[in-house]
Design a binder for this molecule. Structure first.
Ligand SMILES: Nc1ncnc2c1ncn2[C@@H]1O[C@H](COP(=O)(O)OP(=O)(O)OP(=O)(O)O)[C@@H](O)[C@H]1O
Ligand SMILES: [Mg+2]
Length: 292
């Protein structure tokens, strides 16, 4: 179990990226959902011991993460958002090399681990190809393979599905699900469906603060009966934003479909089941209007 207490971080340029973050994360898949600039990567790099916070503490089981970074790293797998360097060596050779760095010095054992991870990530048939020539989806799967070296019990993956096509995203989701419930897995994303499809627990991060925490189904149920929708023109949508609590606008077949959060039906609206997207947008809107 991971306990994060009162984490704050202000960068040298004055940006307050983390502003009193408290979180407790159990085994299983945890979704950290937030828009660009929310502080997701800052939080993940801090947990991965790549940067220090200004204040706060992180506890992983019996480890004091900030005081025992080396011990944490032995139990950590990390796929950074910008896993950027793709050398022109084959996937098998690169993974073998990374395995040596992880301390897998026995050659026979290492081959077994490397081949096993390549098979698990569906890359075995591509193992002799250069990683630099991999597609986005293959790179992300390779990223998971390297993160799983050493069988970590804390796995951090930072926006792994951004830019993947639907088929590759689905494949990546299945890969994450196959890792089982025995690890603490933290997945950051700005894609609501990643969380609703994969995660048993989640938090919404906005402007460096935890705005909402819970089980995706439970937090969605809380809004049930209070979400109303109507298809309107773009102009009408703008007017309604003045008078109603509009939480989202989206285009549907050339019309603007708006969702409103309210206890009673606004005129001409029909009730619609709440979705995690409604939860996400209403949470972000509420925090933005509070800040304004
Ligand atoms: N090394 C840094 N120096 C200065 N400012 C930074 C640094 N890293 C991040 N920031 C700023 O801190 C804030 C949070 O950034 P962070 O990358 O943690 O957000 P994020 O939620 O991961 O965003 P994204 O979805 O775009 O990846 C942003 O305003 C960003 O510009
Ligand atoms: Mg990020």
């Amino acid at each position: 179990m991971l306990h994060i207490k009162n984490l704050t971080k202000t960068y040298d340029n004055g940006v307050k990226a983390l502003n009193g973050v408290n979180l407790s994360i159990d085994k299983g898949m945890f979704g950290l959902l937030g828009p660009n600039g929310a502080g997701k990567s800052s939080l993940m790099r801090t947990i991965a011991t790549l940067q220090l916070p200004d204040t706060g503490s992180i506890q992983f089981d019996e480890l004091d993460v900030l005081k025992q970074p080396n011990e944490l790293r032995e139990r950590l797998g990390y796929l950074p958002q910008d896993f950027g360097v793709y050398p022109r060596i084959s996937a098998a050779d690169l993974l073998d090399h990374l395995a040596i760095l992880k301390g897998l010095t026995n050659k026979g054992e290492r081959k077994e681990v490397v081949d096993g991870l390549l098979a698990h990530t569906n890359l075995f048939q591509h193992r002799k190809k250069a990683v630099s020539g991999f597609s986005g989806g293959m790179r992300q799967r390779f990223g998971i393979a390297q993160a799983l070296l050493g069988n970590p019990d804390l796995l951090i993956v930072d926006e792994p599905t951004a830019g993947l096509d639907p088929e590759e995203r689905n494949r990546f989701h299945n890969l994450l699900v196959s890792l089982g419930e025995e690890k603490v897995i933290i997945l950051s994303t700005h894609i609501v469906d990643d969380v609703s499809e994969l995660c048993s627990n989640m938090a919404v991060l906005g402007s460096g603060q935890i705005l909402l925490e819970g089980n995706p189904i439970e937090v969605t149920t809380r809004l049930n009966g209070r979400i109303w929708r109507k298809a309107v023109s773009l102009q009408e949508a703008e007017q309604m934003e003045q008078s109603l609590n509009v939480i989202s606008k989206r285009l549907l077949a050339g019309q603007t479909l708006i969702h409103v959060l309210a206890d009673e039906a606004p005129e001409g609206f029909e009730r619609t089941p709440a979705t995690l997207e409604d939860v996400y947008f209403s949470t972000l809107n509420a925090s933005r209007s509070q800040a304004a």
